[in-house]
Design a protein around this ligand. Structure first.
Ligand code: FPP
Length: 249
């Protein structure tokens, strides 16, 4: 949905949804309430991304480091994800949303993995917005798994070490087939990537917003798109303006 004030729409937006706990603390509420408010913000963001014409929306739902949180909080987060998939899957499917899951799928407990796989399978042929759920995700773990896979190919004689390049590494990441994020948004005022999409973020524009995730909404999503549209992306080369001036001059 390119408009005069949004001349460029990022194809892929990735979001680090941070600040649920602080949002709740500030109000004297349990952290679990912050997380459940966070799911409402997820719903609004999915709708806003679809409306804007974004093709891929990646959500950092649960990191491989989140297992170090207290057991109760882990259960709250897993419960919310479970409920989100059970309750929202039918509607997302109707809306032509495709779900992809990235992260380490080994050794996951209970019913979470089957649910995530069911969400992927049910929506596999949909052609609208792709929502990528990063679950049990850590970029170093993802890169390590990809490199180990390539090493096994070399060991088996199916691949030569000198043929390994950025493309073959990318093709073995969980995000294979998904374009790199053009824009990464992080809420809550923290300004770091925290082991999120480290390979894929090589040329991403980063937008850090002060609001806590439960307060995130359509308006803030469009504000971030506006900031993105105002950036001059160079990918290591010259800006379009500088390049044009060099040709003329
Ligand atoms: C950060 O807040 C947020 C998370 C750890 C997870 C985000 C998860 C959800 C919004 C719910 C489930 C997701 C989906 C896709 C339905 P924090 O607890 O780190 O906040 P704090 O830094 O203020 O403590």
């Amino acid at each position: 949905m390119a408009t005069p004030d949004l001349p460029i729409i990022p194809e892929h937006v990735a979001v680090i949804m941070d600040g649920n706990g602080r949002w709740a603390n500030k109000r004297g509420l349990p952290r679990a309430i912050g997380h459940s408010k966070g799911v409402e913000a997820v719903r609004e963001t999915v709708r806003a991304a679809g409306e804007a014409g974004v093709r891929y929306l990646t959500l950092f739902a649960f990191s491989s480091e989140n297992w170090s949180r207290p057991e109760d909080e882990i259960n709250d987060l897993l419960g919310l994800l479970r409920r989100f998939i059970r309750r929202d899957l039918a509607e997302l499917h109707r809306e032509n949303v495709r779900i992809r899951v990235i992260g380490d799928k080994q050794n996951l407990r209970g019913d979470i993995l089957p649910l995530l796989l069911e969400a992927e399978e049910t929506t596999r042929l949909n052609t609208g917005l792709t929502v990528v759920i990063a679950f049990n995700y850590g970029a170093r773990n993802e890169i390590t798994r990809a490199v180990a896979k390539l090493a096994r190919e070399v060991e088996a004689g199916r691949l030569k070490a000198e043929d390994i390049d950025a493309r073959s590494i990318g093709d073995n990441l969980d995000t294979a087939g998904i374009p790199d994020p053009d824009l990464i948004i992080r809420t809550s005022g923290e300004e770091r990537l925290s082991n999120f999409l480290l390979w894929q973020a090589a040329y991403s524009e980063l937008v850090f917003l002060p609001e806590y995730w439960p307060d995130f909404n359509r308006q803030l999503f469009f504000d971030a798109l506006r900031i993105f549209a105002s950036r001059d992306r160079r990918f290591g080369g010259l800006s379009a303006k500088t390049a044009a001036a060099a040709v003329v001059g």
